[in-house]
Write a protein that binds this ligand. Sequence first.
Ligand SMILES: [Zn+2]
Length: 295
Amino acid sequence: MTYVILDLEWNSAYSKKRRKYINEIFEFGAVKIDDSMNVIDSFSMLVRPQIGKFMNPYVKKLTNVTFEELQEAENTYTEAIRAFADFLSDSVLLTWSTSDLLALLDNQHYFTGVGKLSFMKRYCDLQSYCEHILGVGSASRQLGLSTCAELMNITADGEQHRALTDAQLSYKCLKKIFRKHVLEEFIEDSTDDEFYRKLTFKSKHITDIRNPLVDRSKMFFDCPECSARCVQKSKWNVKSRSFKAFFVCPECKNEFAGQVFVKQKYEGVVFTKKIIEPEQPQENEASKTSENNNQ
Ligand SMILES: [Zn+2]
C-alpha cells in the first residue's frame, strides 16, 4: 500500500457566477510514501487562476506567492487535478484536517461540475490520526500542523505555508508516530455517498431549548465536591452558544453554574458539560468537562 499526503494553498477569490467568495486553489504539493514510511515520489504544481483577479494580501504575505507568478503557471485547475489524479493512482489520500479536502471538492465542483472526487478511493484525515495517537485535540480545539510538529520537535525544511513544504512537514509528523494498524482504522472508503454526506455535514451548536434534540435528561450535574446529583435552581439560559443554569447540591449545599453545550454532529448529538464555580475568577475558572454521545 502507498500513501499520498496532499497539501493545498488557496486564494480567496470572488466568483461572479456564484456571487460569493471561493477558495481558489493555486498550488498542489504532495509526497508519496510506501508502507515503510519512505518517500518514493513528490508532486508540486502551481495553478493558473481562473476566478481571482488578484492575490488576497493575507495569502500573499503568508505564502510569498505573487499573482503575476500564478498567471505564468502552465496549468489550470482541470489540468492540475488530472496530473494529481495520475500521481495519486490507487494510493490512500491523506490531508491535514478535512479543510483541504473540502476546498478540493469545491474547486472540483466549480470547474468540472462534478460534486465528487472520483479519482480518490480511500481517504484518511491525518489530523484525527495524530490527535488520537498524541491524545490531544477535542471537539472545540483542533491540533494544528505546526503545533503538532512543535510537540514532536520537528522543523520544516524550505518555505513555510507552501504546499510541498507543508505536505513534507505532515509526512515527518506521520513518520514519527506511524503505527500501521492504527492508521488503517482511520482510512475510510471514499467511493460512496455516505463519505460525502459526512464530509460536508456542518456541525452546529443548538441554542433553542425547545429543540427536540435537546434531551434534558442528559443535562444533569453531579456535585464536584461530593458527587451527589444536584438540583437545578434556575431556568436554562442561552449563553455563548450554550445553555447555563444554576445548581445546588442537596448534600453539601455547594452552589455552582452548570453549562451545557449541545452540538449536532454527523455522528449524533454531543452534550458537553462544564461546571463553573462561583468563587473562581473568570480567567482560571475551575471547570470539569464530560461528554456523552446520544447516537
Ligand atoms: Zn455536594
